[in-house]
Design a protein around this ligand. Structure first.
Ligand code: ZN
Length: 500
């Protein structure tokens, strides 16, 4: 989809505290102006020279249509101690549709960068965005700067897939608009596993939505059970000691969350609701500030929101959060799969489901680490992992598999339409699971790493690395490429020294 960024004037709120009046910083970046700041990239800088051990959270409103995109600062607050690495500050992975850099105002040196995906960006790709405006509150978080900085926000240009600046904002930490006070917290914290200082570990916070006060025991058990299951899968099992997990109790006044499709309306503590972007099983919360405020009680790099529901559902957005319906038979699968999107920026490898995205037009290599357009067989992202002797593309019996997949999808849609009990749907998924096992067992290249056609909602022209993966089916194991991608992310958060 061609994106056009129209000119808009957005107000910044930055000014030095020496100045009595606030300056309004106009931030206008468009396709036509091609305004780029020439930054100086020195690699990872010395943390203590530019930052204090504290997280700055910049909340902004992200609005527009499918054709235009606008930003305005909402507020800048403290989000607690800095949970990320103090050595790896530059995000070399460059995953996600958006990417921000924090640069030193005086020298234009890049101090920090991170890729992310946004709810606005997802919303923008659905048909509704052609007709109406949408507005979402979002946040970026970075170490608290000692001196004035500029935040540069880039988005992938649909023509090249390279990041292009679409917004800049000046941030003066001394401005009276910047609030350095930590939020007082009163929620109960349950430490599930703690293996060392936050800045040397991957820190996961687990929140719960749709749990009443009386159900806090259930929340604690769900958090323990699901996180233990995830930690027992590769690549997490080998990295268990690199991961801290803490749960923050967030009781709701009601049990369960909002499910608009079947007409169940509720107001839960974190505002999670099914039916996001009119996809019945997509559970998200748009209440960004509430969620962020609660989460900031503990240091966190990644966030999981347990949804106290049996109805199949969840979601995972790169560098935002994961949601999972805890009482569904497939909760463990949903948790591991969605967390793969959230932490690793992994693409869905499946393509037979009808999801709330429009089909892609493939002319470029996708940015996600686990799918390729295979534009160059001799040089693509997991070429080094390809099993010797595996042809590229790698042959597999796609036709019967696809036919079966579409049949299941049709049955699934009609069952959902008929509002059958959840166990009927779960039984269909189990039949699908067994049949897929049967198909895979006959494949010649069932263990090989190659390039198997069909991935990322695209039947032809996009490839996944192995026949099976949790990003493809509900079989719970990551393919080798997904495992490596997740490890790459974990290394960015656990680096204990320069050069690591
Ligand atoms: Zn995979």
């Amino acid at each position: 989809m061609k994106k056009l960024f129209l000119i808009t004037a957005l107000a910044g709120i930055m000014a030095s505290c020496n100045q009595p009046a606030k300056q309004q910083t106009a931030v206008v970046i468009t396709d036509s102006t091609k305004t780029e700041i020439n930054v100086v990239d020195k690699g990872n800088v010395a943390f203590g020279q530019y930052f204090i051990d504290k997280t700055m959270r910049l909340d902004f409103n992200h609005s527009g249509t499918s054709r235009e995109e606008h930003f305005a600062i909402d507020r800048i607050v403290s989000d607690g101690a800095w949970p990320g690495s103090k050595f790896v500050l530059i995000d070399k992975l460059e995953l996600g549709p958006y990417f921000f850099k924090v640069i030193d105002n005086a020298t234009k040196t890049v101090l920090f960068s991170r890729g992310f995906a946004s709810i606005f960006g997802e919303w923008q790709s659905i048909p509704e965005a052609d007709k109406t405006w949408g507005s979402f509150n979002e946040s970026i978080r970075f170490p608290w700067p000692l001196k004035p900085v500029t935040v540069i926000l880039g988005k992938r240009d649909p023509q090249t897939n390279k990041f292009k600046t679409i917004w800049t904002a000046d941030v003066d930490p001394a401005s009276r608009e910047v609030n350095p006070a930590d939020l007082p917290h009163a929620n109960v914290v349950d430490v599930i596993q703690e293996n060392g200082p936050a800045s040397e570990k991957v820190d996961i916070v687990i929140l719960g939505d749709g749990y009443t006060k009386a159900e806090m025991g259930k929340f604690r058990n769900d958090a323990k059970k699901l996180s233990a299951f995830m930690m027992d899968q590769e690549p997490y099992i080998s990295r268990k000691k690199d991961i801290n997990i803490r749960a923050v109790e967030t009781p709701s006044e009601v049990s369960g969350v909002c499910k608009p499709h079947p007409g169940v309306f509720k107001r839960s503590a974190l505002g999670v609701q099914y039916g996001a972007f009119d996809s019945e099983r997509y559970a998200l919360t748009f209440d960004n500030k509430t969620v962020r405020n609660v989460a900031s009680q503990v240091p966190y790099d990644f966030m999981i929101i347990l949804v106290n529901e049996r109805t199949y559902g969840g979601g995972g957005i790169y560098n935002l959060y994961t949601t999972v319906s805890v009482d569904n038979k497939y909760a463990e699968y949903i948790m591991v799969h969605e967390f793969g999107h959230h932490m690793g920026g992994l693409a869905d490898e499946y393509y037979t489901s009808s999801v709330s995205y429009e089909a892609q037009d493939i002319k470029l290599e996708p940015w996600e680490p686990n799918v390729t357009a295979l534009l160059d067989k001799n040089n693509f992202k997991w070429k080094d992992l390809v099993t010797p002797g595996a042809p590229l593309p790698t042959p597999w019996n796609k036709e019967p598999f696809d036919k079966f997949g579409y049949e299941v999808q049709k049955q699934r849609d009609s069952l959902r339409h008929a509002k059958v009990p959840e166990e009927v749907m779960e039984a269909l998924f189990m039949r699908q699971y067994r049949q897929e096992d049967e198909y895979f067992s006959k494949e010649k290249y069932k263990e090989a790493v190659g390039a198997f056609e069909g991935a990322d909602y695209t039947q032809k022209g996009l490839f996944r690395s192995q026949l099976d993966c949790i990003m493809f089916t509900r079989h719970i194991h990551f393919c080798k490429v997904c495992q490596r991608s997740l490890i790459n992310v974990m290394e960015q958060y656990t680096a204990k020294g320069p050069g690591k």
